[in-house]
Write a protein that binds this ligand. Structure first.
Ligand code: SF4
Length: 362
């Protein structure tokens, strides 16, 4: 008789997977190599289901099915940008919608993944924040975005995924229970180098400290967006819980880990946080933790009438940073034609679904 709740194979770390499979096959009197077969199908073959592990006898696949599940996402929508950016809207088993984005650049293919369905933080510049929080993702639901995206790039001959950033929907360090195992799974299971995986946060201090303790050199991106507490608090409500001085102390501990790189993400919003007087303050903070600064033109969202800073303002801001000894880069906004800003595609789809049900108020 099947158990009431099947264990999701994709949510297990490689060590947990080995142990669970060993126990399962031993109890069935099966040879030890059965575990290795399943492991290969998951990490190398990217098999989307137990049924497709075709070198296992049918009876063994059925027995696996009775105890385990593989929670995969189904593509609800794929949007291709003129600049090569590809956005997937994934439907999870319970109908929840999440997004991931593939961003090609000259030498890289970066996959941006979601860690929560929606987000509870409510940053004023973010479409996901305006949409509210639905639920945490499991480790398997985080990892399956990578698996499905890899299948997509392989099928469409877009080259390998070289980097992963946790910068999609949600605050990753507010879902450490799933995000931390997912880091282990991607690194040890799928072989993605720790230095090629970046965890982004708006400043969840306990999570930064926990990440600092990990032996692997995962990278950290801090969404800073303002170098002053008051202005930052008006953009990121979490600033009130973990104000800049506390955040800076946590970043120093992360930096003390040696070889762990910190990047500051600074979205340039016209007339809001792009005053040149802010640049030396930002430089001072960046220099204390040797952070690299990415200046990103604001990607307009439907809920705000803010505009991106003019290019000359961004260049002038970058020049002040560089003169103060900070390495900085001006990033392009990618995939603007496909709602690639985090949460936008999901937001629009939810509105359309609501309209389809006739319950929309607009
Ligand atoms: S920026 Fe990140 S933390 Fe802030 S609301 Fe958006 S998803 Fe949440």
């Amino acid at each position: 008789m099947p158990p009431t709740q099947a264990t999701d194979l994709l949510s297990l770390t490689p060590d947990e997977l080995d142990l669970a499979l060993k126990e399962h096959f031993e109890a069935r009197g099966q040879p030890a190599y059965r575990s290795a077969q399943v492991r290969r199908w998951i990490y190398e073959g990217l098999a989307p289901s137990i049924e497709q592990m075709t070198d296992l006898p049918v009876g063994e696949r059925e027995a696996l099915h009775d105890r385990f599940a593989m929670v995969e996402a189904e593509a609800a929508q794929v949007a291709l940008s003129e600049d090569g950016t590809v956005k997937h809207l994934w439907r999870l088993a319970d109908g929840e919608l999440i997004e991931s984005v593939l961003i090609p650049s000259r030498k890289r293919m970066t996959l941006c993944i979601s860690s929560q369905a929606g987000c509870a933080i409510g940053c004023t510049f973010c479409a996901t924040g305006w949409g509210g929080f639905d639920r945490q993702l499991t480790a398997g639901e985080i990892v399956c975005q990578y698996r499905a995206s890899r299948r997509w790039v392989e099928k469409n001959e877009r080259g390998p995924i070289t980097n992963i950033v946790y910068m999609g929907m949600g605050e990753p360090l507010a879902n450490r229970k799933s995000v931390f195992p997912s880091l282990t799974i991607l690194n040890q299971g799928y072989g993605v180098g720790a230095r090629r995986i970046t965890v982004s946060t708006v400043g969840m201090v306990p999570g930064i400290l926990e990440l600092a303790e990990r032996p692997e050199q995962f990278r950290l991106a801090l969404s800073l967006h303002a170098p002053e507490t008051e202005l930052r608090g008006s953009l990121i409500p979490l600033e009130k819980r973990h104000p800049l001085p506390e955040l800076l102390e946590a970043l120093k501990k992360f930096d003390d880990g040696g070889g762990k790189r910190i990047t500051f993400e600074y979205t340039m919003i016209g007339g809001i946080n792009d005053d040149l007087a802010l640049a030396p303050k930002l430089a001072k903070i960046a220099n204390q933790v040797r952070a690299f600064v990415n200046l990103i033109p604001f990607n307009p969202i439907p809920y705000q009438d803010w505009l991106p800073s003019p290019p000359e303002q961004i260049r002038a801001f970058a020049a002040v940073l560089e003169a103060a000894g900070v390495s900085a880069a001006v990033r392009e906004t990618r995939g603007r034609d496909i709602d690639a800003a985090c949460g936008q595609l999901r937001g629009h789809t939810l509105v359309q679904l609501e309209k389809g049900r006739g319950s929309a108020t607009t």
